[in-house]
Design a protein around this ligand. Structure first.
Ligand code: FAD
Length: 568
């Protein structure tokens, strides 16, 4: 009999980024946790580009579940505490391409990710981040069995039996399927739902010798953008798809020469080419776009290419008797705006809360998991519409030039709401009450939802080939944004034709009454409550201090000292 066999509170299938984070939290909170991993760390995974919302949920989990390692997710802290194989993400950039033409400098966008107060975002080298989080789970007391695939799960009102490929059986009170898109519980209970708007397939790998686009195309100064294109996630966009370039070798401390590269296309516009190998198909495709092709002239793949079928799936529901689905097992749309990890970590936060309460009450009733179901599925639905309409807007640059503001504004408001909820919450329950109603974008602000619902309808009704209809839709979208007083100045500038958000400059103007960062009226009340400017400045400074590299190092030393004493 395996020494790990016995009784556990929670069994987790999969130690990807979601399962390992959940394992760490639950073990830290004193639950008996077992994690089954079919593969062996370190192992390849995609899902590399972080966004502000993702690292913000991680900071909230660090705080409310007392796992300080989860607050390391910013560039400076990651490089100092975890390793230098990850890349820095100072921006999201988009370059628009047409077949047979050079990329036009005017058709570009750089959405800068501010350095303040938490540091720039990251390109996660997943084999290392997932290994790190698995090690954190083990250090808090989780049992992790690698090379142990789960074949079946039997659920009953008294608990679950989890059965491995080797035929070993483990008993737990509850099972979380964090096994990704091949989720065995989604299959067993027939939960998959593919009735979604977005439609894309992918071809991807890791490469070396991918230069900065500014070295093969126009230089940064000609674009007039704050950062070189290699210092963030680059999206080459075109009719029917886009291509990601996610370098890990883009900062002085980097020890990783790799760059993640992936092509995403709508097969209804760009049908699959089974007559070609994935690599041949990749090069044949980019051969139509001279500027894109130039970036990959010297590039070499360092691992096999992956070519997928349609990527989109969701689930009819995410929980049942003694089980639930987490993260990528619940659903996925498209990597376009890097919302996958945010969705995954939000589901981790919600499942952890439900399980800690269930274990403490000795009551694993399914209704405890309703918040997971509502929030995660609404995230997937929102992303579906956002991605589907973004792809549609790629068919006509004029549509993308305004629809991009829907994306940026939605992400910004979500981040502001998440941050203010964490900073103001007095307890974990208070935090979850404050973020109830979030749906991935817009920070739960009703006016944002109303305006963007109309914009989405306009995009859905417009034929991108009809220039008159496109001009009408663009004018209507600009008028809608102009009709509300809460669109921050930086986004209004994009609507007027500017191609980047401001570089990270803190300025006093941000604190001006009415025109400043805090806005006014319903907007101010929703995002900032009754806080004054001076309270906000104090909160900002506290954030800077609390999440600085030296401060996290001290927290870690104190925690290690505490653990050493306990072991003694
Ligand atoms: C092409 C692509 C690109 C993406 N890019 C981004 C991005 O740039 N940014 C972003 O935020 N998100 C991105 N995502 C989404 C991101 O990958 C997911 O949100 C994230 O990986 C989900 O983590 P997870 O732990 O739920 O699942 P996974 O990372 O898929 O982990 C699942 C784990 O379960 C294990 N497992 C599976 N079945 C079993 C079993 N039966 N028994 C035991 N173990 C099992 C697997 O070995 C694996 O370790 C992307 C997704 C795709 C498909």
């Amino acid at each position: 009999m395996d020494s790990a066999q016995g009784t556990f509170d929670v069994a987790i299938i999969g130690s990807g980024i979601g399962g390992s984070t959940l394992g760490a939290i639950l073990a830290r909170q004193g639950l008996r946790v077992i994690v089954f991993e079919g593969g062996t760390h370190p192992k390849f995974a995609v899902g590399e580009s972080m966004i502000l919302e993702t690292s913000e949920v991680l900071r909230a989990m660090a705080k409310f579940y007392d796992v300080p390692e989860l607050a390391y997710f910013s560039s400076e802290n990651y490089f100092s505490h975890i390793g230098t194989s990850h890349g820095v993400k100072r921006h999201f950039s988009f370059l628009y391409h047409r077949p047979g033409e050079e990329q036009q400098v005017a058709q570009s966008l750089q959405a800068v990710i501010p350095k303040q107060p938490h540091g720039h975002e990251l390109h996660l080298y997943r084999q290392d981040s997932d290994y790190f989080l698995t090690a954190v789970a083990i250090s808090y007391g989780a049992t992790v069995l690698q090379n142990t695939r789960i074949r079946d799960v039997q659920t009953s009102p008294d608990g679950v039996e989890v059965i491995t490929d080797q035929g070993h059986q483990y008993h737990a009170q509850y099972v979380v399927d964090a096994g990704g898109f091949r989720s065995i519980l989604a299959e067993k209970f027939g939960l998959r739902d593919t009735n979604l708007q977005a439609h894309s397939r992918a071809i991807f790998t890791h490469m070396v010798d991918v230069p900065c686009f500014n070295d093969v195309g126009a230089p940064r100064q000609e674009y007039g953008i704050p950062f070189p294109l290699s210092q963030g996630t680059l999206h080459h966009v075109f009719d029917g798809g886009w291509l990601w370039v996610i370098p890990f070798n883009n900062h002085p401390r980097s020890t990783n020469p790799l760059c993640s590269v992936g092509l995403q296309v709508d097969p209804r516009i760009h049908p699959a080419r089974p007559d070609l190998s994935p690599e041949e198909e990749f090069y044949a495709f980019i051969g139509q776009y001279p500027s894109m092709q130039a970036q990959f002239r010297e590039a070499k793949a360092v691992r096999g290419w992956t070519r997928t079928e349609r990527l989109q799936y969701s689930s009819t529901h995410l929980f049942g008797e003694r089980f639930c689905l987490l993260g990528h097992a619940a659903g996925f749309i498209d990597p376009l705006f890097s919302k996958g990890l945010y969705t995954t970590f939000m589901s981790v936060a919600l499942v952890a809360n439900a399980l800690i309460e269930a274990q403490s009450a000795g009551d694993y009733s399914p209704q405890r998991f309703e918040p997971l179901d509502q929030t995660t599925l609404s995230f997937v639905r929102s992303n579906d519409r956002l991605v589907a309409n973004a792809y549609k807007s790629f068919s006509n640059y004029k549509l993308w030039s305004v629809y991009s503001v829907v994306w940026m504004l939605g992400a910004y408001l979500e981040y502001v709401k998440l941050t203010s909820a964490r900073v103001q919450a007095t307890s974990r329950a208070d935090y979850f009450a404050r973020i109830r109603g979030l749906r991935l974008v817009g920070g739960g602000f009703a006016q944002f939802d109303q305006v963007t619902n109309v914009i989405d309808q306009l995009i859905e009704q417009t034929d991108p080939a009809d220039e008159v209809a496109v001009d009408r839709a663009v004018a209507a979208i600009k008028a809608l944004f102009a009709s509300v007083d809460w669109v921050p100045h930086a986004f209004q500038e994009i609507l007027k034709g500017k191609n980047h958000l401001p570089a990270n400059k803190l300025r006093l103007g941000l604190l001006k009454r009415d025109t400043g960062f805090m806005g006014s009226g319903a907007y101010q009340a929703h995002f900032f409550g009754r806080r004054s400017n001076s309270e906000l400045v104090k909160a900002f400074l506290r954030e800077k201090m609390r999440y600085s590299t030296p401060s996290l190092a001290v927290q870690r030393r104190l925690q290690n000292a505490g653990r050493a004493q306990v072991h003694h």
